[in-house]
Design a protein around this ligand. Structure first.
Ligand SMILES: Cc1cc2nc3c(=O)[nH]c(=O)nc-3n(C[C@H](O)[C@H](O)[C@H](O)COP(=O)(O)OP(=O)(O)OC[C@H]3O[C@@H](n4cnc5c(N)ncnc54)[C@H](O)[C@@H]3O)c2cc1C
Length: 484
């Protein structure tokens, strides 16, 4: 097996610098996509901004590796053009032309049933014929429009919601693998109201998911002429990290990598941010406002403000490993003709699922080779994520061998470990959001941004960064004296 040559995105070379004397309009903690987007918006509003990032590169969870002719996404693989803020940001950093869209083949997705990958049906006819669901489960679906809305208030788990409306088999072979693919989470724990709020809203509005689906599609069709690219899946020619690198390029020296923020204090009327620079020295910087975009894995920072709400400290971030595997095409029996494959928990396998990365986008594997990206761990099987590299690799390959009729092992691999990967919007997440709102209200000039607010996707994280930048701008403008 060739030794992996790692070529992560180039770290920005900047020195720590002491900003105690200067007072900037905003300090951003964390150069993930949410923090970068916030900094970008603040900079465009002609306000002064500084970004402190603990690691040596920007992008946070967005991390692209180029090695041995493969282009691997160690974190997210795709971005969805679901919100106008995404296209606007990409345009503003002049990356619109660098976008590449997912292959048409990616419309097909597989779900494992009885150890075999079965295509997820995409039409009514295919649904009637698919072996993915039993006749009983298909008949059960026809009852859905007649099931009454839930009467009780409060959060409901995705498992309870789905079983109530669509039946247990639909939970097992459609929703459970989907939830695992998006959140690496468990439907028994995730809250419908926070993890998939649209589902709860459809039930509330139409009284039925099936009726809501039909009427919602009609409404979307009517709107289609104004949002033609809405919902398209894309990446960039050189991988997803082109986006954070593009934003960082425009911000230049305003970003300080290898600067870990240790505490934040409100020293009326300013904020003081204490950080450790690359050489280990403790320094301080002052600002009129602060955007906290470093995730809820690091709540000691929030605790430095006031006593942290226990809800915030206990947000679950299960571990997730990304195992990228390069094969000679001739060694794979499966056509890899789709987006990827999802594994339901009841199938009791090692991997959570796998993406057909080289089918999804061009240029992801050398000619004659294919790239498969498997996911291991998550809330379903966190112990699998703690295996050492050799055991993780062999268990992953063994599991995929029967699914893809592999004739031999991979010719190349790379493992990325995310010890705290994705925040779980579990039951009770409403109190996490309420606690965050409460902290924001009690601290003028402090704003939150990131994937723990209103969605874990890259698109939602971008949106949260845009909102934070708008809040900073209006806060700063309000606190400035009006010049007549
Ligand atoms: C394996 C994986 C696959 C995924 N797949 C997809 C996908 O296909 N599509 C999709 O839309 N989403 C996907 N996601 C989710 C999405 O990538 C993330 O939710 C999103 O990128 C998070 O952005 P963020 O800016 O909120 O946080 P992060 O990216 O976590 O950024 C936070 C930043 O803060 C920094 N930081 C932390 N503490 C400090 C400190 N004390 N001082 C300074 N800096 C600090 C961190 O180093 C980090 O750079 C995936 C996530 C993972 C992990």
């Amino acid at each position: 097996m060739p030794v992996t040559q790692e070529l992560y995105n180039t770290p920005l070379k900047v020195d720590g610098g002491d900003y105690k004397a200067a007072n900037v309009d905003a300090i951003i903690i964390g150069a993930g996509i949410a923090g970068l987007t916030a900094a970008h918006g603040i900079h465009r509003a002609h306000l002064s901004v500084l970004v402190f990032e603990a690691s040596d590169s920007v992008g946070g969870a967005i991390r692209t590796l180029r090695s041995n002719g493969y282009l691997v996404e160690c974190g997210p693989n795709t971005l969805l053009d679901t919100h106008p803020e995404v296209a606007t940001l990409i345009e503003e950093v002049s990356l619109s032309d660098a976008r590449i869209f997912a292959s048409d083949k990616a419309k097909k997705r597989f779900v494992v049933r009885n150890g075999v990958p079965v295509p997820l049906p995409t039409s009514a006819g295919a649904f009637l014929r698919t072996p993915l669901f039993s006749t009983r489960a298909k008949l059960r679906l026809t009852a859905e429009p007649f099931i009454r809305k839930r009467r009780t208030n409060g959060e409901e788990s995705i498992a309870s919601f789905t079983t109530r409306r669509l039946g247990k088999e639909f939970l097992d072979y459609a929703i459970d693998p989907f939830v695992s693919g998006v959140y690496a989470g468990r439907p028994e724990r995730l809250s419908v109201q926070h993890a998939f709020p649209k589902l709860g809203e459809i039930e509330e509005r139409y009284g039925s998911l099936i009726i809501g689906q039909v009427l919602g599609a009609r409404e979307r069709k009517r709107r289609a002429d104004t949002a033609k690219t809405s919902g398209r899946m894309f990446s960039f020619e050189n991988g997803l990290d082109q986006l954070p690198l593009g934003i960082a390029d425009a911000l230049g020296q305003r970003i300080r990598t290898r600067c870990r923020v240790r505490s934040i204090h409100y020293l009326n009327p300013n904020w003081q941010v204490e950080y450790e620079d690359a050489s280990g020295r403790i320094r301080a910087a002052n600002a009129n406002s602060v955007v906290y975009a470093s995730g809820l894995q690091h709540t000691s920072l929030i605790a430095s403000l006031s006593s942290t709400a226990p809800e915030i400290e206990t947000v679950d971030y299960p571990p997730l490993n990304v195992v990228a595997l390069g094969f000679r095409t001739e060694d794979i029996g499966h056509a890899l003709d789709g987006f990827g494959l999802l594994v339901p928990a009841c199938e009791d396998r090692f991997v959570l699922g796998a993406l057909f990365s080289s089918t999804l986008f061009d240029g992801r594997a050398p000619v004659g080779h294919a790239l498969i990206t498997a996911f291991v761990g998550g809330a379903r099987s966190p112990d699998n994520a703690s295996l050492d590299d050799a055991n993780l690799l062999s268990a992953t390959v063994q599991d995929l061998t029967s699914l893809f009729q592999l004739k031999t092992g991979p010719v190349w691999h790379h493992i990325s470990r995310w010890p705290k990967a994705i925040p779980q919007y579990n039951l009770g997440y409403g109190s996490v959001k309420a606690a965050l709102n409460n902290i924001e209200e009690r601290h003028p000039g402090l704003f939150f941004a990131g994937n723990y607010l209103s969605g874990i996707s890259v698109a939602e994280s971008i949106r949260s960064g845009v909102t934070a930048s708008e809040h900073v701008e209006s806060f700063i403008r309000k606190s400035q004296p009006v010049v007549i």
